[in-house]
Each structure stands twice: as C-alpha cells, then as structure tokens.
Ligand binder design. Structure first.
Ligand code: NAG
Ligand code: NAG
Ligand code: NAG
Ligand code: NAG
Ligand code: NAG
Ligand code: NAG
Length: 470
C-alpha cells in the first residue's frame, strides 16, 4: 500500500486511541443464538446461559418479542435482524420501515440494549430471479431503517447486513480479493457507501473450516486453527504481508476487495464464525478437539488488548459473534450443520470455553483426541436412522426413488431386496441408492433426520446396497 501521509498517520493515531479506549466493550465476544431445534431450552433459560457464559453480545435471526423482552435490563448488547422476506416491503415504503422500527426496536429500546440491526441474512448467496430482485432492495431498505432511527434521534444502533464469503470472486492471495462481478457495482458499491457514511460495520460470516475441509491436502489444519506457533507463514506475493492463520487471510481478502472499490476504511465485523464439533463420516475435521481449539484461539485473538487486527489492518478491533449457542437439530444439510454449538440442547457445554479470555487450557479437562482429521477412506452407506417414523419413511422412499433416481427397482415385489418387507429396510435401500447417485451434486444423507451414514454394509444375500466409495 502507499506511504502514509501525515494526515493519515494522525487519523490512525486518533483511531487507535478511540479503539483502545473503547476496547473494554468492543472486544467482548458475542454469541449467535440460533433456534432451529425442537429440543432447545426456553428463551429465558437460554439468556441465563448466555449471561453465565459472560458473553458481551447476543445476535438473533429475527426480532423475537419474548427474547427482546427478556433481554431488557441486561448488559448484553443485542443484534436483531430484518428477515429476508421483509426487505422488499421495507425498501419500498418509509411508513413500513417506521412501523418495523416501532414494533421491533422502540418497543424494547433502550432497556434492551439493541446495538445492531442486520438487514437480511446472507442475501447475496441466494440466486433465483426473485432473490436477485431483493439484492437491489437491500441498501434502500437499510437506508429506510436508518431514516426511521434518525427520526427518533437514535444514534447508537448500527445498520448492517451479514454476507458470506461467496460474495468474493477472488479470495487468494488476499491481495487479489475482489467482489463477484454480478454484485460489485450494483450492490457492493452502494452498500459500502452506506456503511462508510453511517460509520457502520461490514459484517461477514467467515468460516476457515469450509476452505480447509474442501482442500485439506493443500491447506494446513494448524494454519486454520491458529496453532502453528508462528512457524508457518504465508507471504502474499503482492502485498508482502505475512499471514500466520487462515482467518486473517479471509478477512484481508474482504479488506482488499473493499479497497478496490475505493473504501479503505469501512470497519469489519464478524457476524458468524466457528468450527463444527461433529458431523458425518464423510466430513473431515469436524470434532470437539478442533472446535475447542478454534474457538479458544479465536477468542484469544479477538479479545487481545490492544487489538491485534489483521496484517492489512493491524490494531483495529473486530467485533465477533461465534456461531452458535446450541447444536441445532433442525438445520438441514450435512451433519456439520447440526454441530456448531457451544452447548448441547440440554444446556451443557460441549467443551470448556471462556469467552472473556482463554483461561481454561491448563488444568482443565482434556479434550478427546480428534479422530477424523484425515479423510475417511472406505465405503459408506446411507440408512434409515433409529427411531425414524414409518409414515415419514414411506414418504421419503417416494421422494428418494423419484427425482431422476431410477434405482429403486431392487425393492419391488419379487426382486432381490424386497425381503425383508420392512419400511426401514426399503427406506435404507432407497436412501443408499439416492445418496450414491447424487452425493456428487451435493445431496446430503439426511432426509430431514430420517437417514444417517454408516460404514456397516447393510447388503444381504443377493441384495447389494449401493455405496459411496471414498
Ligand atoms: C409485503 O407486502 C405485501 C403487499 O402489501 C403483503 O402481501 C406481504 O405479506 C408483505 N410481506 C411481508 C413479509 O410482510
Ligand atoms: C446466478 O444466476 C445467474 C443466472 O441464472 C448466473 O448467470 C450466475 O452465474 C449465477 N451466479 C452465481 C453466483 O451463482
Ligand atoms: C468514507 O467516509 C469518510 C468519513 O466520512 C470520508 O472522508 C470518505 O470520503 C468516505 N469514503 C468514500 C469512498 O466515500
Ligand atoms: C516451530 O519450530 C521450532 C524450531 O524448528 C520447533 O522447535 C517447534 O516445535 C515448532 N513449533 C510448532 C508449533 O510447530
Ligand atoms: C514478512 O516476513 C519476512 C520474513 O520473515 C520479513 O522479511 C518481512 O519483513 C515480513 N513482512 C512484513 C510486512 O512484516
Ligand atoms: C455424479 O455421479 C453420477 C453417478 O455416479 C454420474 O452419472 C454423474 O455424471 C455425476 N455427476 C457429476 C456432476 O459429477
């Protein structure tokens, strides 16, 4: 980057002082309180748990009245969300925005310390023609919400929108970071203009787990877990900046992308980050050991005083929300999706974690040794999960055997897999057949919780179950 002018240096010093004096609050770790589970503690119990964990902030995916009432009087800073389906209406009409703010902010503020309103969730990751219309309503909706707050003379609530890493067309090396061409000028430019003008944060969902698990042969696990002891350094060939962990690389690719559009100084916030504590047999590195290591080292990095920042932006604090409070059993997709929690649904911790600073490493319970840090090699079948209901399985068989999958004939009467005539046996065959065919187009062995992966071959006699070979 260019040499700093005197003004820049003066600004940097001022910014450093401001950051440093705010460090106590701005470095407190936040928690995402997701509720996609049918076995989770009540909102009251959940908020007590979040307080006991000494979180500084809590982020929810809507503006749930009960939760916002329960947070009244607490010291937790709160981030609420405009849901994706509300964006277009709010963007179209100031009265609708005012009404939203009246019902979801003014009803609780200031007793509930609402500090962020996030408009939509990862909306640039959805790509139907309808979704693309919403892209263009995003910034206008943010403007309207901001107008409503200004009209109420509310100055301490920032408006943002959390976006995923897929908004980047290029991420590596970090200096090559740039936004996707389909959104760069139409969406990102007005968004950055808004965030810069309102001194808000550019919130991103950033998970080193995903690039590492997609390419574990060429990426180093220690680098992803902030655990290389400073031995492993990557030097960006263009910026010459040195990187010692994957998160910094991902954050800086965003910073370089913003700079290319002329916005060098919009602050970053991490709306979600974390590491899965479990997953499917075919998913690498999702375990308690890695999850604890990632989150403990993340907390140490993000609560350091003065703030560490990133190589491209040293010394600048990054407000961070960990994903997630609970393992959520109603999230679809691969097994990792249901294993991001710091807590089990019964409220017990999955591993020890001190959100204020990592003080649990020595003298604390040993973590279970990781058993899936190398890829699984062998065959996997997808079978009916224990306890799955017969009616749901019947329906799932119809779905699994339709959708271009013509491989269920083996369970027809008289064929080799007809016996035993049990719904679970037929469902297991249908799931294995479907998954073997569609795993490569990112189908999961899940079927709304009815299916689970196994390494035990369910084949019998001349009935051979299709498998996935890894
Ligand atoms: C948006 O407005 C339309 C028209 O008034 C209404 O039918 C629809 O329910 C609204 N959507 C939401 C999510 O409020
Ligand atoms: C979104 O869809 C359009 C049109 O179908 C396509 O051209 C474009 O590549 C897609 N973008 C992404 C990021 O998937
Ligand atoms: C961003 O905001 C700062 C401070 O208000 C302003 O000086 C600067 O010109 C803005 N940057 C852009 C690219 O608009
Ligand atoms: C870093 O390198 C030093 C010297 O080669 C070695 O002793 C140390 O164990 C290494 N640390 C890690 C975490 O790999
Ligand atoms: C990066 O590391 C190299 C080798 O240790 C060092 O010479 C260089 O000064 C470092 N670059 C920066 C920007 O700190
Ligand atoms: C996925 O696998 C199926 C069957 O093994 C094959 O027919 C299909 O071409 C593959 N599709 C892709 C996108 O690799």
């Amino acid at each position: 980057m260019d040499k700093h002018s005197m003004t820049d240096v003066a600004f940097a010093c001022l910014f450093f002082l401001l950051t440093f004096s705010n460090a106590k609050m701005s470095n407190r770790i936040g928690i995402n309180y997701g509720r996609l589970g049918n076995n989770l503690p009540s909102p009251y119990q959940s908020i007590e748990l979040i307080k006991n964990m000494k979180a500084g902030r809590v982020k929810i995916y809507d503006a749930d009245p009960e939760i916002l009432r329960l947070l009244s009087g607490s010291k937790l800073q709160v981030s609420i969300m405009v849901t994706n389906d509300q964006i277009s209406n709010i963007s179209s009409n100031q009265a609708i925005a005012d009404q939203w703010v009246l019902e979801n902010v003014l009803a609780y503020y200031p007793d509930t310390m609402i500090r962020f309103i996030l408009v939509g969730n990862e909306i640039l990751s959805y790509n139907s023609s309808q979704d693309r219309q919403i892209w263009h309503h995003l910034v206008p909706a943010m403007e309207r919400i901001k107008n409503s707050l200004v009209a109420q003379n509310i100055r301490n609530i920032k408006i943002g929108t959390p976006l995923a890493m897929d908004i980047l067309g290029s991420t590596f090396p970090p200096s090559s970071g740039s936004f996707r061409s389909d959104i760069s000028h139409q969406v990102m430019l007005p968004l950055l203009h808004f965030l810069n003008r309102t001194s808000s944060y550019f919130f991103i969902d950033v998970y080193p787990y995903f690039p590492w698990s997609a390419n574990p042969v060429n990426m180093n696990l220690h680098f992803a877990l902030f655990r290389n002891g400073g031995n492993l350094t990557y030097t960006d060939p263009v910026s010459k900046l040195n990187y010692t962990n994957l998160l910094d690389q991902m954050l800086d690719s965003m910073i370089f992308a913003m700079a290319k559009l002329g916005y060098q100084n919009v602050r970053l916030g991490i709306a979600e980050t974390g590491w899965p504590n479990g997953g499917d047999i075919d998913q690498i590195g999702a375990n308690v050991y890695n999850a604890a290591t990632y989150n403990r080292n993340l907390i140490r990095k993000m609560t350091a005083r003065p703030p560490l920042g990133t190589p491209a932006r040293p010394g600048v604090a990054i407000p961070t929300f960990i994903f997630s409070l609970y393992n959520e059993n109603q999230k679809s997709g691969p097994g990792t999706e249901r294993h991001w929690g710091l807590l089990y649904p019964n409220g017990r911790p999955v591993y020890e974690l001190d959100l204020r600073r990592n003080r649990v490493e020595s003298g604390s319970r040993r973590l279970p040794e990781p058993e899936n840090n190398t890829p699984y090699r062998g065959k996997i079948w997808c079978v009916a999960a224990e306890g799955a209901g017969e009616a749901e399985l019947e329906l799932a068989i119809v779905n699994a055997c339709g959708e271009g999958n013509e491989r269920c004939e083996a369970v027809d009467p008289g064929r080799e897999c007809y016996e035993p005539v049990l719904v679970t046996a037929h469902a297991s065959y249908a799931f294995s057949s479907y998954w073997a065919r569609f795993r490569n187009t990112s189908a999961s062995c899940y079927f709304n919780g009815l299916a689970i992966q196994t390494t035990v071959d369910p084949s019998h006699g001349s009935c051979k179950f299709p498998s996935v070979s890894l």
